[in-house]
Design a protein around this ligand. Structure first.
Ligand code: ARG
Length: 448
């Protein structure tokens, strides 16, 4: 077994080693690129405070760039017997550069290393989530505009209630994403602060230049107080999980609608055949499995904030190994959510809409309020009009044209999709992804 970074005279028990390392060797692969970036910023700063020479820095940076590229090519792995990504990178540097590699950890702990890795990883993932959400938003808005005149029944208690439209249905989910986006932005801003320099959670006696690492890594600012920086472990993940859960909530509701409305008993929408799955026994089946899986996965994602909270529940300040377990539930979630958003976007862009739902007179009663309102406009007091229409329906005497005249903001005839889009764009504009990208490129020496 290879030596640990922290091993002195006693070698750790193999079972204890297995148990404490847990899934880290898999989980840390998500963080590998960011661990390298964090190290590049850290050593650049160490040179500026004379803890490395310019020549040592140059050699280390060159080696770290090679490691970064190997991670991008999918060739990086954490070797057998190596505890985590932090140990692996240091080992690779030491193998190549000897004593110079052993110098990089001055003024740092794996505690602030993993903190910064998590922030850099999450920041990059949130950008991708935002891009996925944007695509879905545009599909929903364009479907809403396209089908704005196609009516459908609206329901309360799953009982037919009032006229609705596909314009409203698609547009509702688009507007839901506006609020989710706002949540994502809050999460992003909380994430985008530099914890590096907090070391084990109490700072260092070296005169670390934290402004410099903040700038090099493209963070908005830092988590100033070193104790708070460490307290951010778990808190950042939980807050981001809340934002992801918000998106997931939108998707799972949409998925349920899509499953229900595509059932023969509704027949409001038809999923493209290529997007459905079959049955091994029933030859006629075209099942909405994508939306069922999306619903379940997104419901699972909605439990993520609670899972994280339970893992870190009531921990006092300072680092604890408990925090390692959060990585297992948190790191894979971005891939799952992106997958669900992309699938939903693909199908919603191709979903077929039934333009003749209301031809069936079983939906006639949804016009009851239209008739009441017509009588009100003729001067009949609302309660009397309500009663007359109710009695007509009971007696089987109700009839009404299947046209609606809704004009107020946000209604069938006035969707305000332009307004919804403006709101969405104004939130999206608040992300400064370009600054982050530029900083990372500069650190990697990859500027155009
Ligand atoms: N694998 C650890 C984690 O994810 C890294 C930090 C180790 N720090 C320590 N004090 N044991 O939390």
């Amino acid at each position: 077994m290879a030596k640990k970074l922290w091993e002195k005279s006693v070698q750790v028990n193999a079972e204890i080693d297995r148990f404490t390392v847990g899934l880290d060797r898999e989980m840390d692969l998500y963080l590998a690129k960011y661990d390298v970036l964090g190290s590049m910023a850290h050593i650049t700063m160490l040179e500026s405070i004379n803890l490395l020479t310019a020549e040592e820095l140059e050699k280390l940076l060159a080696e770290l760039k090679l490691i970064y590229a190997s991670i991008e090519r999918g060739e990086f792995c954490i070797e057998d017997g190596i505890e985590d990504v932090h140990s692996q990178v240091e080992l690779m540097l030491t193998r190549k550069l000897g004593d110079i590699g052993k110098k990089i950890h001055s003024g740092r702990s794996r505690n602030d290393q993993v903190l910064v890795d998590l922030k850099l990883f999450t920041r990059a993932q949130l950008k991708e989530i935002v891009e996925c959400v944007e695509e879905l938003f545009h599909v929903l808005i364009s479907q809403s505009n396209k089908y704005k005149d196609v009516l459908m029944p609206g329901y309360t208690h799953l009982q037919i209630a009032m006229p609705s439209s596909f314009g409203l249905w698609f547009g509702a989910y688009a507007e839901s994403l506006v609020d989710d986006m706002q949540f994502l932005q809050a999460a992003y801003r909380i994430c985008n602060r530099n914890p590096l320099g907090s070391a084990a959670g109490y700072g260092s006696s070296f005169p670390l230049d934290r402004e410099m690492t903040t700038r090099l890594l493209g963070f908005d600012s830092m988590n100033y107080n070193v104790v708070y920086a460490q307290m951010g472990r778990g808190k950042m993940e939980r807050n981001v999980a809340f934002a992801l859960a918000s998106v997931a909530g939108t998707l799972s509701k949409l998925a349920f609608d899509a499953c229900m409305f595509s059932s023969q008993n509704f027949g409001f929408v038809k999923l493209p055949d290529e997007c459905t799955t079959g049955s091994s026994i029933m030859p006629h089946k075209k099942n909405p499995d994508v939306f069922e899986l999306t619903r379940a996965k997104c419901n699972k994602i909605q439990s993520l904030p609670q899972q994280i909270m339970m893992i870190m529940n009531n921990l006092p300040s300072g680092y604890f190994r408990d925090l390692q377990i959060i990585k297992e539930v948190f790191l894979p979630v971005f891939g799952e959510l992106k997958d669900c958003i992309r699938m939903t976007t693909y199908i919603m862009n191709r979903i077929e809409v039934n333009k003749h739902i209301l031809d069936d007179d079983k939906y006639l009663a949804i016009f009851s309020v239209e008739e009441v309102n017509r009588l009100v406009l003729e001067g009949v007091p609302f309660r009397d009009a309500y009663k007359k229409v109710g009695l007509d329906i009971e007696a089987g005497r109700f009839s009404h044209s299947k046209e609606v005249h809704h004009t107020h903001a946000g209604s069938i005839g006035n969707l305000c999709n332009d307004r919804i889009s403006e709101l969405f764009e104004s939130v999206v504009k608040g992300f400064d992804f370009a600054a982050v990208e530029q900083a990372e490129k500069k650190l990697l020496g990859r500027e155009a």
